[in-house]
Design a protein around this ligand. Structure first.
Ligand SMILES: [Zn+2]
Length: 351
């Protein structure tokens, strides 16, 4: 990590490099907001027919996904601006535009997921029991046998769960997995309440003035399912595949590992040579680099990846990249299918 950091510092210290990364991110942010706003405005004010309406709904989903991957994610990690306040303010786009609490997200994602990646009981993202079994240490159940089939519709409701209150439930419970989630006060509380109201306002209430209720229900379901599916799949291809390591707190205590090595071995990059996908996913196909440098703007990941790959090979750390989206999807499918089989030791199931 020392070797990687030295090289990354040299790369980032070059004035032009930083400027280029900043400009790329800011331009992308403007594009994301513009797609989202124009799609919503055309749905509300132009009252289009089915074909144009579906295109506008697709645009709305695209804009929302871009805000989720490229703006709020960087901002809530503290990577977008220099100051914490500015980052939290922009990170609040998660509340207002995605319908999920950025306050809860920072604990769920930055603490539970980024600190304890693929650790059973600690990484909330990998814990979908009793619906699905995503790591070997989780208890087998009969219905997981079909999980490789029903997991896809399940992914379609993952974000909806948070939108309709899983984030608020976590706040009331006071924890996400084993990470503490303190009671929000003042501005944090105002952000949560205000964000939910704004989201419900533009996504449900205003459309109800323009369209019949069943059109709003259908439209909202399609929009939320699409954004959910893309978000969940992107995450799963990086951590929930055959090549990723899974572990438990007991295992980690008995067998201490360097944190950076743990992150590299529990994470997988995919499609590194696909600039369109890299742009669209906010660099999250370079999740190894994101996990090592969550506070660096995602526009720098492709360059940092070259450094990490070289140093991982030099230090004998397993660094995995899936060359294509298809290969990454296949690996995820095989992983989920293998874990769904019951009655046999996992080591045999995994071949
Ligand atoms: Zn992250």
């Amino acid at each position: 990590m020392r070797d990687i950091r030295r090289e990354v510092d040299v790369y980032l210290e070059a004035g032009r490099t930083r400027l280029r990364g900043d400009v790329q991110l800011y331009v992308k942010s403007v594009v994301a907001f513009a797609i989202l706003a124009s799609s919503w405005a055309s749905l509300i004010f132009l009252h289009p027919g089915i074909a144009v309406g579906l295109i506008a709904l697709g645009g709305l989903s695209l804009g929302t996904i871009l805000v989720g991957f490229c703006i709020q994610h960087d901002a809530n990690h503290g990577a977008y601006f220099r100051t914490r306040r500015a980052n939290h303010l922009l990170g609040w786009t998660a509340d207002a535009l995605l319908g999920i609490s950025s306050y809860a997200w920072r604990v769920k994602h930055n603490v539970a997921h980024h600190t304890y990646t693929n650790v059973d009981g600690y990484d909330d993202d990998i814990n979908q029991t009793p619906f699905a079994r995503l790591m070997p240490s989780q208890e087998p159940r009969r219905w997981y046998r079909l999980q490789h089939l029903y997991i896809w519709p399940l992914y379609c409701v993952m974000v909806i769960r948070w939108q309709i209150g899983a984030d608020l439930t976590a706040i009331i419970r006071g924890r996400i997995a084993k990470s503490a989630l303190h009671v929000p006060k003042r501005w944090d509380l105002a952000g949560i309440v205000g964000g939910k109201l704004i989201f419900i306002g533009w996504a449900i209430v205003v459309p109800l003035f323009v369209y019949p209720w069943w059109v709003v229900v259908l439209g909202y379901t399609g929009f939320a399912a699409l954004t959910s599916l893309v978000t969940a799949t992107t995450f799963q291809l990086a951590h929930c595949v055959e090549e990723a390591n899974f572990t438990s707190a007991e295992e980690l205590t008995a067998n201490r590992r360097i944190w950076a090595v743990h992150e590299v071995e529990t994470t997988v990059d995919f499609c590194p040579r696909n600039p369109v996908l890299t742009w669209f996913l906010g660099g999250l196909n370079y999740q190894i680099e994101h996990h090592l440098f969550p506070r660096v703007k995602h526009t720098h990941y492709p360059h940092i990846a070259e450094i990490v790959r070289r140093q991982a090979a030099r230090h004998g750390v397993r660094y995995t990249v899936q060359p294509s989206l298809w290969k990454a999807l296949r690996s995820h499918h095989r992983h989920v299918r293998a874990l769904g089989r019951i009655g046999m030791p996992v080591e045999i199931e995994m071949g």
